[in-house]
Design a protein around this ligand. Structure first.
Ligand SMILES: [Zn+2]
Length: 271
């Protein structure tokens, strides 16, 4: 046997490797001390550890964000970092979640409080995509269902009578904001004051529309693009309440349906 070839058994893969395949830790008169596992096993473990720490950091990041939100909103916060389990895919929109991006994207993991009336409690949170979370917003099952209903019939709604409670300034503001958003998102716009009809009640939720000065309230009239990407063109606009617009939030019928399905399943609603 050639005594120059020294081998060692790796405790991880249990294979016999030449000593060069081990990490040299120290050497003295009595010999050379090497790592217990071979280099390839070491690298494999290192990769796993790195992956784990990234996931752990992301969980910690989300955990801290929730804590701040809970303080700000004065709601229950009793979750542990271990409760933040990040799945591979968004349970609502089924898009692959990606955590290691510099800025928040549609597929960034985000913490959802399934029931918006309950705080951050272990059994009330789930990680969903940022997009699903912004569309879900604080809407309930019924509210999302109403949004779907509205979106399906919106094009056929013919509103003729204008709400007299609103003066010219309101129309000007609505048009001003629409022009700003059209420019920002590069959307077509061809509407004028006379195209804007403010109904008495919100076509989505039925709540009476009211003017609030200086800020938006749930009942403030807002301009909705029925199909967001079609822009502010006559047939595609409708005045709905601010509350309805925040819950609609540019989501498609399909997305709202998926959100309803998710709320129903996770809250155990029998509908
Ligand atoms: Zn090994």
């Amino acid at each position: 046997m050639n005594k120059n070839i020294i081998t060692k058994i790796c405790v991880n893969c249990e294979k016999n490797h030449p000593i060069q395949d081990f990490i040299r830790k120290a050497s003295n008169k009595r010999g050379v001390y090497c790592s217990r596992i071979c280099i390839s096993c070491f690298l494999e473990k290192d990769r796993e550890l790195h992956k784990k720490s990234r996931i752990l950091n992301l969980s910690l990041f989300l955990y801290k964000k929730c804590k701040l939100r809970a303080i700000k909103k004065n709601i229950e916060f009793s979750i542990k970092i271990e409760d933040i389990i990040i799945p591979e895919y968004c349970p609502i929109l089924n898009i692959k979640l990606e955590g290691n991006t510099k800025c928040v994207k549609d597929n960034s993991p985000s913490v959802d409080r399934i029931d918006n009336n309950i705080g951050y409690r272990g059994d009330n949170i789930k990680i969903i995509s940022f997009r699903a979370n912004t569309i879900k917003n604080n809407g309930s099952y019924e509210e999302h269902m109403k949004v779907i209903e509205y979106m399906k019939k919106a094009k056929c709604l013919k509103l003729k009578s204008n709400n007299n409670n609103f003066n010219k300034t309101v129309f000007q503001e609505l048009l001003y904001h629409a022009r700003g958003r059209a420019k920002k998102y590069n959307l077509p716009i061809n509407i004028y004051y006379e195209d804007i009809i403010i109904p008495k009640n919100c076509p989505v939720f039925g709540i009476e529309l009211e003017r609030s000065v200086g800020h938006f309230s749930d009942c403030s009239p807002t301009l909705d693009r029925i199909v967001p990407e079609l822009g502010y063109v006559k047939e595609n606009i409708m005045i709905i309440s601010h509350k309805a617009n925040t819950i609609k939030h540019g989501g498609t019928i399909e997305e709202h349906e998926k959100i309803c399905e998710y709320i129903k399943n996770n809250l155990g609603l029998s509908i």
